[in-house]
Design a protein around this ligand. Structure first.
Ligand SMILES: Nc1ncnc2c1ncn2[C@@H]1O[C@H](COP(=O)(O)OP(=O)(O)O)[C@@H](O)[C@H]1O
Ligand SMILES: [Mg+2]
Ligand SMILES: [Zn+2]
Length: 457
């Protein structure tokens, strides 16, 4: 190896942008206080060119002659929600990053995956965070007997890579990448260059040996350690745990997937027995819904390929002084204002002296326009104190002229509405034309503007 030539650079721990001098705010991702000092070795680069002659030719294959069957090659984790987010299961040789804040459930989920697979595959779990006895305690709590799970505490990446070559597990878990250390990089574990180097070393060892590699990456708000963003481009799949610790459920979302769609979400319940998949999210979200109360409207959104029912609530009160207050939790504030303007102008409701609060029950963030009509209906119901029937679901996009526009997957939504025992649905008139109402045991009302929808209540 060439002589070391060390150079100090400044790297953003959030996005990985490199600077020559320190600055308070990252110009690339606009985060504050995320830029830290880092040391790199620039010596290697200069000698690389002349070495080309030493390399062998790469071997090309005919695409048509390659034998690949997606379903056969995938390893099912036994956790359906995780398989769905992964795009149908684990792909051999894939590097999968699981990100999330501490306490989100990353270690728990991966230990459960190991527990499910350990009888059919060789599984290894390397932790740099917890001692083996701590992991054993967790396994006991989760009811994993762990006879075939190889477990180790190690932070040295070269030792781990060496073990991959020797041991060739089918599945390897690295918990977490911020504790890993590569001796050729001079900065400390958790820095951007360590995290990057460790990830690429582990990944290339895993790819060479067809090992499916799970890497845990902590998301840390204060920027002292490098976040998962800096390795997003190295790995094949990036999954994030979303959701507040206060919520009864966790959402796992793919933000990158070379082997599947990134639209899918997985929903989990965090219990003392570990992570439990939520097979019926609509049921969970509608739990505790009041009977025939005004200001509440159930709508249907699509997450990935799955319809989910959720409740939207509006509370309206007289403004006590000055400008009316508007607040929205779970939907975009500007969208709420736009929809209120439509309600005022196109349906003739005087709301300038009303405070309006809107809430999506269960803490979901809805960014679909298909909830527009339900937002308007819940506000209308709150204003007039007329309850929307308990067995009714409303969806549709609303335009500025007060027209109700069609949305995608009308049939999928109606099926879910029917499955959960609802009896009535207000949907876009255009959408009604596309389906055969006889297929559903629902009273379906097609509306083409907001006024029509309101008159149905
Ligand atoms: N001994 C325990 N008993 C009950 N619940 C626990 C225990 N230890 C951790 N948990 C729960 O498990 C959750 C997930 O923890 P963990 O999988 O370690 O998260 P991560 O690895 O993402 O930091 C925590 O939020 C906590 O609520
Ligand atoms: Mg952990
Ligand atoms: Zn940045």
């Amino acid at each position: 190896m060439a002589k070391e030539k060390l150079k100090t650079i400044y790297v953003c721990t959030n996005c990985g942008e490199v600077y020559h001098r320190w600055q308070g705010q990252c110009s690339s991702c606009k985060e504050w206080n995320t830029i830290t000092e880092d040391v790199i070795n620039t010596a290697e680069n200069s000698s690389k060119q002349s070495l080309l002659s030493g390399y062998k030719w790469i071997k090309f294959n005919q695409l048509s002659e390659i034998d690949a069957d997606d379903n056969k090659n995938r390893i099912k984790t036994g956790i359906g929600e995780l398989d769905r987010v992964l795009g149908g299961g684990i792909v051999r040789g894939a590097g999968m990053l699981i990100g999330g804040e501490p306490g989100a459930g990353k270690s728990t989920l991966l230990l459960q995956v190991c527990g499910n697979l350990c009888n059919d595959y060789t599984v290894a779990y390397v932790s740099g965070e917890e001692s083996v006895s701590q992991i054993k305690l967790r396994a006991n709590r989760l009811g994993i007997d762990g006879r075939n799970i190889a477990i180790a505490t190690e932070t040295d990446v070269f030792s781990i890579c060496r073990s991959i070559e020797e041991y060739k597990p089918d599945i390897l878990v690295i918990d977490s990448i911020q504790t890993m250390n590569c001796s050729t990089v001079s900065s400390s574990p958790g820095s951007v260059s360590q995290v990057r180097e460790c990830t690429s070393l582990l990944l290339s060892a895993a790819k060479k040996n067809d090992v499916a590699l799970f890497i845990v990456g902590h998301v840390n708000k204060d920027g002292a350690i490098a976040g998962p963003k800096v390795m997003e481009h190295i790995v094949d799949t990036v999954l994030y745990f979303e959701g507040d610790k206060m919520l009864p459920y966790r959402i796992l979302r793919a933000s990158k997937n070379r082997y599947g769609s990134t639209n899918e979400i997985g929903m989990f319940d965090m219990s003392s027995k570990g992570i439990v998949e939520i097979l019926n999210p609509s049921m969970l979200l509608l739990e505790g819904k009041g009977n025939e109360v005004s200001g509440s409207c159930v709508t249907c959104i699509i997450e990935g390929s799955r319809p989910i029912l959720t409740e939207i609530q509006a509370l309206t009160t007289k403004t006590s002084f000055g400008t009316p207050r508007r607040a929205a939790a779970g939907i975009d504030y500007n969208r709420l204002n736009l929809l209120l303007a439509v309600l005022e102008k196109r349906a003739g409701f005087f709301i300038r002296n009303m405070d309006i609060y809107l809430n999506v029950v269960g803490g979901l963030e809805l960014d679909e326009t298909s909830i527009d009509l339900a937002v308007i209906m819940s506000v209308f119901s709150g204003l007039t104190d007329k309850a929307i029937p308990d067995d009714m679901v409303v969806f549709g996009e609303v335009g500025l002229a007060g027209e109700v526009r069609n949305v995608v997957n009308v049939d999928l939504r109606l099926k879910e509405i029917q499955r959960l025992g609802f009896k009535k649905a207000i949907i876009p008139a255009q959408g009604l034309k596309q389906i055969n109402p006889q297929d559903y045991s629902l009273e379906i009302y097609g509306v083409s503007n907001v006024r029509q929808a309101i008159h149905l209540i």
